[in-house]
Design a protein around this ligand. Structure first.
Ligand SMILES: [Zn+2]
Length: 204
């Protein structure tokens, strides 16, 4: 899902660094996608370069969020550029996220379509809480926090899941998961192995 450029930016939004180099996106089934990643402990130049490359890769793939293991790196960091429930744009970098979800009467599930850049081309409904709060650190080590509504609530949960080795297929019932893989299989030819370094093919 691409973000329109013209939408207003929310006050909680934090600027992303300039995009670096586009990297190939790691697919489901690769081991780094399926285990908990390491905490970020050094907020150094290597981390800054990784985050810049993740921003470039997210935009090249027209995504609203990207986790480090999606570019093959074993570190707890994700980037996002995603509209919230008021259609305001929110961007940010989160290292070592701590996610809080509403409980009890505050907990409402939203069953909207979800997709993943590491299973390109496939989407299916996935029930998740309609709000999410995340705290962590940016790539300089400064504390950050974001409150997600609408698509941003889904995005913060999806990206935090990645850093703990969970893909959204893990959250689906068997039948929905099979349908998702079938849909991906039908479109897989459009996505070169090094996508989005090589762009996706056009539909027949
Ligand atoms: Zn994903």
């Amino acid at each position: 899902m691409a973000v329109p450029d013209a939408i207003p930016t929310a006050p909680q939004s934090r600027a992303l660094p300039e995009p670096g180099d586009v990297l190939p996106i790691t697919r489901w089934g690769t081991p780094v996608m399926h285990h908990e990643l390491r905490d970020v402990t050094e907020f150094d130049d290597d981390l800054a370069k990784l985050v810049s490359d993740m921003v470039a890769t997210m935009y090249a793939a027209h995504g609203v969020g990207l986790a480090a293991n999606q570019v093959g790196v074993d570190l707890k960091v994700f980037v996002f550029d995603c509209p919230d429930g008021d259609e305001n744009r929110v961007t940010g970098v989160v290292c070592n996220p701590v996610l809080t979800l509403p409980e009890g009467k505050e907990r409402h599930l939203d069953e909207a379509d979800e997709g993943c850049l590491s299973l390109p081309g496939a989407f299916t409904g996935c029930a998740r809480p309609d709000q999410a709060h995340v705290t962590g650190f940016d790539q300089t080590g400064a504390p950050v926090e974001f409150h997600g509504t609408g698509l941003l609530a889904r995005c913060l949960q999806h990206e935090t899941d990645h850093l703990f080795g969970t893909v959204f297929g893990d959250r689906l019932a068997e039948r929905a998961r099979k349908k998702l893989y079938k849909q991906h299989g039908e479109l897989a030819d459009h996505y070169p192995a090094d996508w989005p370094v090589t762009p996706a093919g056009v539909d027949d």
